[in-house]
Design a protein around this ligand. Structure first.
Ligand SMILES: [Zn+2]
Length: 287
């Protein structure tokens, strides 16, 4: 049976090396719905989204992860947000129907920012690495090495209606046999995206790492959740400011805001806009 929309963690017994598999089907289709992305942009977004989910699988409670790729190419921004419950949303901005053959070239030069909000009032922390690798997986490997002091390998991609990924990581403070680490990397290099998309996790791992003793943990479901609500968009109305909003209302009769992630439109009639600003005034009086 296909095991869709989930993360599976696993570890190699006694080697100090762990891994994760991610597969998104329905979640992935929701991410790309209502956007006119080229195949290259879809691949780039699939790689970023799967990496974001793999990173977020470490989070607890109300933690969340924000991944931002900023480039000077046709695609100037890719955003991925994923919370500890593995609810993810993602978007690419710029000339999103551009084609390059090599997805990372769409970004050109730039940087990758990973911001982790551990939740529970703990401080956020941020890691920044240049988009210097040949692939996005290379950039994430740089991030893990520089910001997390952890050697990690990643295989990421999009195929058909799925976004898939595989991660191998050395456990901190574990004694690692360098030869074993290299061998596991070479075995994982043989994985095909179609296998990541189609095979049940246990079967895939047995095929890839046939001579290894692997402990497979329970699946964690991944889902799409845009989290854009009218209340959230009302905040955007407030940020635009009363002056600008009044101008728009005068010209267009109403205000329409679109969620950049899911492209859902939120319309505000003049009386609703008034209510937004009236509430702010009321809040100001209260504080
Ligand atoms: Zn939305």
């Amino acid at each position: 049976m296909r095991q869709a929309d989930q993360v599976r963690a696993f570890m190699f017994e006694g080697l100090g090396i762990r891994g994760r598999l991610v597969r998104m089907d329905q979640t992935w289709r929701e991410i790309i719905a209502r956007h006119d992305y080229s195949d290259d942009v879809r691949t780039l977004l699939a790689e970023a989204a799967t990496a974001g989910v793999l990173l977020a699988d470490n989070l607890k409670g109300r933690g969340s992860l924000h991944l931002q790729l900023q480039g000077d190419g046709e695609v100037h921004m890719v955003l991925v947000q994923c919370n500890a419950g593995l609810n993810v949303r993602a978007v690419a901005r710029g000339e999103v129907n551009a084609a390059r053959g090599v997805p990372t070239e769409l970004l050109g030069g730039g940087r990758m920012m990973v911001t982790v909000d551990p939740g529970g009032g703990a401080d956020r922390y941020q890691g920044i690495v240049p988009l210097a690798g040949e692939t996005l997986a290379d950039c994430f490997e740089d991030y893990f090495r520089d910001s997390q002091q952890t050697l990690t390998r990643l295989w990421l991609g999009g195929i058909g209606g799925s976004a898939v990924g595989l991660m191998l990581q050395r456990m901190p403070d574990a004694e690692i046999d360098e030869e074993q680490w290299r061998t596991l990397g070479m075995l994982a290099d043989t994985v095909r995206l179609s296998e990541l998309a189609e095979l049940p996790a246990g079967e895939l791992l047995r095929r890839l790492f046939v001579e290894y003793d692997i402990r497979l943990f329970d699946a964690r479901p991944v889902g799409y959740d845009c989290r854009c609500t009218r209340a959230h968009l009302a905040n955007v109305v407030r940020l635009l400011g009363e002056g600008e909003v009044t101008d728009i209302l005068r010209e267009q009769g109403r205000l329409e805001l679109t969620c950049e992630f899911c492209n859902k439109a939120f319309r505000f009639q003049p009386d609703e806009v008034d209510a937004v600003f009236a509430r702010r005034d009321a809040d100001d009086t209260l504080h």
